[in-house]
Design a protein around this ligand. Structure first.
Ligand code: GLU
Ligand code: ZN
Length: 315
């Protein structure tokens, strides 16, 4: 048997809207991976992105998971209830001069950057306008009534890590990604900080998530290092794209799981085609989550065989 080490993983839906096919595939892989190792799976709803968080989306994500036959062992508190913990971690980063207050608006940042948006790997690279400031400078800004975000100061040089599926990764993160936000200028901690504090405190030792977050791993690793915490292992699952090779979107048809449920689709139909995309079966015959788990349990290191290119989905 290939599945013999304890793993603590998590499912981390963001209730900013409906969960789609791509989320289903990633959740299913994360579930299979943890269950294969007889590990523990945590459900953590990441509701920190307050202006975009929808109250219905939290429950709907849970219904989607249940419909798919995905279960979990523990439920983590909502991120919105843990703000104090994230701010404590931010204090440590301030003391270590690893963050600085940034007063730049988006327009200012864009104006400083001559490069076209498409040339960036993962969003606009912060040009460093405020990087000379110390953490102390925040007091002066506050006295002046100025709003500021906290930005993490990347160290220079190439950063390296290993993705279980894609292999060794390396990048000069300061140059290619730029210093990043850990707390927003209207107060709340940002995703990069919250997810790192949570994964550490909830003892997650293997992060399995969508490919869209592969560059965030550089940011989160920098926070792990800054706080002196051991980092988890990583596996990023390729995205789902439409027949035109573009990220799945409305024009490809409705791929919300809630929509398919309402249409009376059986989860087995979906799991069958996901299984085929994972090379866990050679037909797209209907298959439930449990049956898929049995197939996975009998296949050595199946997760290393997940195709590295995006999954092209035909409705
Ligand atoms: N909540 C994030 C999302 O739904 C995932 C964050 C993570 O896995 O680190 O995209
Ligand atoms: Zn700035």
């Amino acid at each position: 048997m290939s599945c013999d080490q304890p793993v603590r993983g998590r499912l981390a839906p963001s209730p900013t809207g409906a969960q789609h096919l791509g989320n289903a595939r990633t959740f299913l892989i994360a579930w299979l991976h943890v269950r294969c190792f007889n590990g523990e799976l945590l459900l953590r709803v990441e509701d920190l992105d307050t202006p975009r968080t929808k109250s219905w989306a939290n429950e709907q994500a849970i219904d989607d998971l249940r419909w798919l036959g995905i279960d979990w062992d523990k439920t983590a508190p909502l991120q919105s209830s843990r703000t104090d913990r994230y701010l404590e971690a931010l204090e440590v980063l301030k003391q270590r001069e690893l963050v600085y207050p940034c007063t730049c608006s988006r327009t200012e940042i864009e104006a400083c950057s001559s490069a076209p948006h498409e040339s960036f790997l993962d969003g606009i690279v912060y040009p460093g306008n405020c990087a000379e400031r110390t953490a102390q400078a925040a007091q002066r800004l506050e006295a002046q009534g100025q709003r500021y975000a906290w930005r993490f100061r990347f160290s220079e040089g190439t950063k390296e890590w290993v993705d279980d599926l894609r292999g060794p990764q390396q990048l000069d993160a300061k140059v290619s990604l730029g210093d990043f936000i850990v707390a927003r200028n209207y107060g709340p901690p940002a995703y990069q900080l919250a997810v790192t504090v949570d994964d550490h405190e909830q003892q997650i030792n293997h992060v399995l998530r969508g490919d869209d977050l592969v560059y965030s791993t550089y940011r989160q690793l920098a926070i792990y290092q800054a706080l002196g915490w051991e980092s988890p292992g990583w596996l990023h699952v390729p995205l789902v794209v439409g027949p035109d090779g573009k990220r799945l979107a409305k024009r490809h048809g409705d791929s919300r799981l809630s929509y398919w449920r309402e249409q009376g689709m059986r989860p087995e139909q979906l799991i069958g085609s996901i299984a085929e995309s994972l090379r866990l079966t050679d037909t797209d015959a209907p298959l439930g989550a449990r049956e898929l788990l049995s197939i996975a349990q009998n296949k050595e290191h199946w997760w290393l065989d997940i195709p590295k290119s995006p999954w092209v989905f035909h409705q």
